[in-house]
Design a binder for this molecule. Structure first.
Ligand code: ADP
Ligand code: MG
Ligand code: MG
Length: 198
């Protein structure tokens, strides 16, 4: 979470620029504000006992600080994920369940499917890659596979026409710009890899 906060701060202008082109230009500040608040909450929380407790704290913080479409979506993702890891460490199978639960939460809330130019275009391939990698790999392998797939999924949103969220108001003019939420998802998963490598 600390790595994510740092990466999202560094990526703030990139996310803002994407959202300026096909939205309202606030995704960078929304994510930076949310994860800055997450770090503050973690500092106050002492030492949570389980991964689920950390994820629940992240969820409630994002829901109350991020706003817009992405706040409730990421909030629901982390809340659903928090319910499947009632333990102090994660193994590959647990990581897969976590990613599946997060993605199901986003779909339950936003009703978007792959190809609609949303964060789901990064999450869904990430889950599929994680499922594949979990058979033979360790936690880092699973995270890397997920992050690579999210990266490719985010880039693949560039030519798409948005049919969900604010970008859909632009119709055909939404094509040619990467979806901001797909990019922030790729940043989050890349941060997980960086943190796990340390
Ligand atoms: P807002 O659009 O309210 O300003 P943000 O700019 O923070 O909120 O977030 C925009 C991102 O939210 C989009 O780039 C997209 O990835 C995501 N998004 C919007 N609507 C949906 C949806 N229905 N399902 C999944 N993701 C969505
Ligand atoms: Mg926005
Ligand atoms: Mg907004």
């Amino acid at each position: 979470m600390r790595q994510a906060a740092s990466d999202l701060k560094a990526g703030r202008d990139e996310l803002t620029e994407l959202d300026r082109r096909i939205g309202d230009g606030d995704h960078g500040s929304n994510m930076d504000r949310g994860f800055t608040a997450v770090v503050a909450k973690l500092d106050d929380a002492g030492s949570p006992e389980t991964v689920g407790q950390v994820l629940k704290l992240v969820a409630t913080t994002l829901m109350s600080t991020v706003g817009g479409a992405s706040g409730p979506l990421y909030g629901t993702a982390f809340l659903r994920a928090s319910k499947v890891v009632d333990r102090a460490t994660v193994d590959p199978a647990c990581l897969v369940s976590l990613a599946e639960a997060a993605t199901e939460g986003i779909v339950a809330r936003g009703r978007a499917h792959v190809g609609e130019k949303t964060m789901i275009d990064a999450w869904q391939p990430a889950v599929e890659a994680a499922e594949q990698a979990a058979g033979s790999g360790d936690v880092l392998d699973v995270l890397r596979a997920a992050a690579e797939a999210a990266e490719a999924g985010a880039v693949a949103t560039i030519p798409l026409v948005a049919t969900k969220g604010r970008a859909s108001y632009l119709g055909e003019r939404s094509a040619g710009t990467e979806d901001p939420g797909a990019r922030s998802t790729a940043m989050l998963l890349a941060a997980a890899v960086t943190a796990a490598e340390e």
